[in-house]
Design a protein around this ligand. Structure first.
Ligand code: HEC
Ligand code: HEC
Ligand code: HEC
Ligand code: HEC
Length: 138
């Protein structure tokens, strides 16, 4: 009991340092758990915080300039939802017959998960549809 209390105080302290340094850098890390495209045909569950621990923000986030060209992530950049830009004909022709969100999601998420599954058998389940896609609430 006592030990648990000391631990939680230590944790609170560490967290507050984290918050302070984050606030100082002005970086909003977004929610820890996300449902991507909740109103789409195939919503996806996404443990954001867990990926942030091992990957750089720039692996997934980017922006665009006024000509519609992709601009790499820079710290403090305004981060928008993927579906803000990945609509309609975006990335047309790069992968046939897919929606813009599927190309964004599979191009980024599934590509890495397949890579991981190839490298290490313990990651095999990562490429299963049901690893990411959740049943839609009716
Ligand atoms: C593995 C990919 C990935 C990594 C790495 C990642 N993010 Fe995200 N992030 C996402 C996705 C996907 C969303 C949800 C976008 C959506 O709902 O369309 C998101 C959402 C966000 C949002 C909320 C945007 C909004 O308008 O709802 C913020 C803020 C954010 N991320 C910041 C960060 C920061 C800062 C980092 C680095 C510390 C980071 N992310 C790392 C994939 C990632
Ligand atoms: C501010 C607009 C914008 C947002 C928000 C955005 N993208 Fe993109 N994305 C682009 C542009 C522009 C391109 C390049 C389009 C082209 O080459 O036709 C692109 C290309 C891509 C590509 C293919 C090229 C590559 O770099 O591999 C993937 C995959 C991708 N985005 C995934 C995502 C994901 C996942 C998210 C959400 C975490 C996201 N995008 C959010 C604008 C955006
Ligand atoms: C560059 C590599 C990479 C990218 C990009 C990536 N992931 Fe992952 N993801 C992983 C790895 C590695 C794990 C397994 C972590 C572990 O079990 O240690 C994982 C685990 C997961 C899990 C399973 C968590 C669990 O409870 O088993 C989900 C769901 C997931 N990712 C969804 C996504 C989605 C959605 C995206 C795109 C927005 C994404 N990932 C992008 C590497 C990646
Ligand atoms: C690594 C995570 C991941 C895996 C595994 C995965 N997907 Fe996806 N998929 C996504 C993301 C992210 C999106 C974009 C978000 C969205 O549109 O719901 C997406 C989008 C889609 C879409 C388009 C939905 C729409 O509204 O436009 C379809 C269809 C789809 N996936 C089918 C599949 C099938 C079938 C499998 C198994 C063979 C699969 N996905 C495996 C992450 C994944």
């Amino acid at each position: 009991m006592k030990k648990a209390f000391i631990c939680s105080v230590a944790l609170a302290f560490l967290c507050s340092i984290g918050l302070v340094s984050m606030a100082a850098a002005g970086v909003d890390k977004g929610p820890a758990e996300i449902t991507i495209n909740p109103n789409g045909k195939k919503p996806v569950k996404f443990p954001h915080a867990m990926h942030q621990k091992r990957l750089k923000c720039a692996t997934c986030h980017h922006s665009k300039d006024k000509d519609g060209k992709q601009v790499p992530y820079t710290e403090g950049m305004k981060i928008q939802k993927c579906e803000t830009c990945h609509t309609g004909d975006m990335l047309k022709g790069k992968v046939k017959g897919r929606t813009a969100m599927q190309r964004a999601g599979h191009g980024r998420c599934l590509a890495c998960h397949k890579e991981m599954a190839k490298k290490d058998a313990k990651y095999k389940k990562l490429k299963k549809c049901s690893n990411c896609h959740i049943k839609k609430k009716k």
